[in-house]
Structure formats: C-alpha cells, structure tokens
Design a protein around this ligand. Structure first.
Ligand SMILES: Cc1ncc(C[n+]2csc(CCOP(=O)(O)OP(=O)(O)O)c2C)c(N)n1
Ligand code: SF4
Length: 299
C-alpha cells in the first residue's frame, strides 16, 4: 500500500512557509486558526496564488504575512493599507489582501482605513480582533471593550470602543462581515466571497489572546474562549451595524452585515479620465512597456 495514502500531506501546507515554523503564536491563540481558514479559502476558491499579494502591518497578527507562501509584505505599523493601495493601483489585476490586527488597522492605521473604504479601493481587509494590543504587552486598544483589565488600565477600561463593522460601513465599505474563530467554515466561506467581490471588503474575526487578554481578565484559556464564543454568538445576517458593538462578556452578533454595489476607485478614475480626455485616454494595461516609460514630458 502506498505510504501517501496512509500519511496524506496537510492540504494547507503548500500555502505556508513551513521553513519558518515553529511560529511565534502562543498556545490557544486564534491567529493560526484564521490562517488555516485563509488557506482553505484559497484552495476552495481555486485562486491562482500567483495573482495574489498579502500585506500586514506590525503585531502578532502582522506576522501572518511572513508565514504564508504568497507574495507577502510585512510593512510598518499602521501602514498596511496605503502599501496595499499602491500595490493595487500599480497592478489592478492583483488580488490584494490586507491581514492585520485591530490596533494596526484602527489606531495608528485608522486614517488610512477610512479613506480606503471611502474611495472603495479594491482591497480585501481581514482584521483579527483580539480586543487588545497584544504584541506590545496587552495595552488598551481602540477595540478594547469597557470594564476590561489591560496593562494600561489596571482598574478597568472606561473609554468607549470602536464598533468595527459600524465604522467600516460608515466609511464606505461594500462588504462587511464578522465571525469568531469558533466559526471556521463561515470564515472560509466569507473569505471566498470577498475574493470574488470588487471593492473594499472587510472581515472582522474576533479571536482569543489567552496570554494577555484572558489571563488578566480571568477568562481561562483558548478552549474556554471557544466555549464562550459558541454560547454567546448569535448569527444575524443583515444586522444593522450600529447594533453590533462588542462588550466584555455579552452577546457577539456575527454574520454578513453589508453586501452592496458601488463603483470602485479604479472604475471612477477610468470613467472620469475617459470623460475628460476622450480619445486621448488610453487604458494603462493597453500601453506597451516602451510607451509607458517613454513619455516625452519626463524623459
Ligand atoms: C510606529 C510604531 N508605533 C508603535 C509600535 C509598537 N507596536 C508594535 S505592534 C503594536 C500593536 C499591535 O496591536 P494589534 O494591531 O492589535 O495586533 P496584535 O498584536 O494584537 O495582533 C504596537 C503599538 C511600532 N512597532 N511602530
Ligand atoms: S500574545 Fe496573544 S495575540 Fe499574541 S500570539 Fe500570544 S495569544 Fe496570540
């Protein structure tokens, strides 16, 4: 009997840089689960991985870019979205995925995120929300709910947290969904949907950080968090994003909240230039390399 049949390879292995293992993530951390879902979404959507690029900022989630076997970029803190925007505009045929933490995307990177959503840049943004700045020691972040102990709030947080789906929809995203790391099949399906949708798509994945968040708040380990997610999640597709804030131990509303159509940045730009320049307008991807680089104005 063939040994291949007895020990079939893990199907997600081709999508990982296994030479970089072991990874840095703690036992019970949810980030690895999201990467497994991402790899399965790539398999199931039959994506040509050569057409995809993935961009992360800095943080525990930011390490994803280094572990996936794609064209991947580990950029500076909060700058994943502008980097990805440049990548997308330079090569519109690329599927560009931004994969980063709640702090990276909504604190230092918050300004970039709202403007990319406003412009409807064709990016797929995956945010692992562990409710905290994990990599730097568990400080309060923009998504930390009230009444939580963090390294910077030893008596409990009191500043209001961002509701990430509400903020992202208000800024202009055409697709907004939320799941927890308990919902592995739903995450995979949502990622597949995002890959085939044009425009600014946002997926929030609520994820455990047993080392810094659960431990300080006496919430147990990764398995306890899965039980909590299972018990407290309520699927409400189409829910008004205003009604889905997260709290310390309350209900977690999950599902696909927004799925609308509106012209993306490239379409708007193309239409505008076409209207203004008429016959003179030439699609960038119709230019030869020589034409694109031999403009007499700049040579
Ligand atoms: C300009 C700059 N400011 C601050 C930092 C420190 N820093 C590194 S990661 C991080 C926060 C990461 O939090 P989050 O994005 O939520 O990711 P997590 O680690 O929780 O996955 C911060 C503040 C930095 N690297 N660069
Ligand atoms: S510190 Fe938290 S988020 Fe970072 S790897 Fe450990 S469990 Fe995961």
């Amino acid at each position: 009997m063939s040994t291949d049949l007895i020990h079939p390879g893990n199907p997600v292995e081709p999508f990982l840089r296994t030479d970089r293992m072991p990874h840095i993530w703690c036992p019970g951390c949810g980030i690895g689960t999201t990467v497994n879902c991402f790899s399965r979404a790539l398999i199931e959507s039959c994506m040509n991985v050569n057409d995809m690029a993935i961009v992360s900022g800095i943080g525990c989630t930011g390490r994803v870019a280094g572990y996936v076997n794609l064209d991947s970029f580990h950029t500076t803190h909060g700058r994943a979205i502008p980097f990805a925007t440049g990548l997308k505009l330079a090569n519109p045929k690329r599927q560009v995925v931004v994969y980063s933490g709640d702090g990276d995307l909504f604190a230092i990177g918050g300004n970039h995120l709202i403007h990319a959503a406003r412009r409807n840049i064709d990016l797929k943004v995956i945010c692992v929300n562990n409710l905290i700045y994990a990599m730097t020691g568990g400080q309060t972040g923009p998504a930390t709910p009230g009444d939580v102990i963090t390294s910077t709030a030893p008596y409990g947080t009191f500043d209001p947290a961002f509701n990430l789906p509400y903020l992202t929809e208000a800024a202009g995203a055409v697709y907004v969904a939320r799941w927890t790391t308990f919902h592995v099949r739903q995450i995979t399906k949502t990622m597949q949907e995002m890959f085939s949708k044009k425009g600014f798509c946002f997926l929030e994945i609520v994820s455990p950080c047993p080392t810094l968040y659960q431990r300080r708040n006496k919430m147990g380990d990764g398995l306890d968090t899965m039980k909590y997610y299972k018990a407290m999640s309520k699927v409400k597709h189409g829910a008004n994003t205003k009604d889905v804030p997260l709290s310390r131990q309350g209900e977690i509303i999950v599902g696909k909240f927004v799925d609308i159509e509106r012209p993306n940045y490239m379409e708007l730009m193309r239409n505008k230039l076409h209207d203004s320049l008429g016959e003179q307008y030439v699609e960038t991807d119709e230019l030869t390399c020589e034409e694109a680089t031999s403009c007499s104005d700049c040579s």
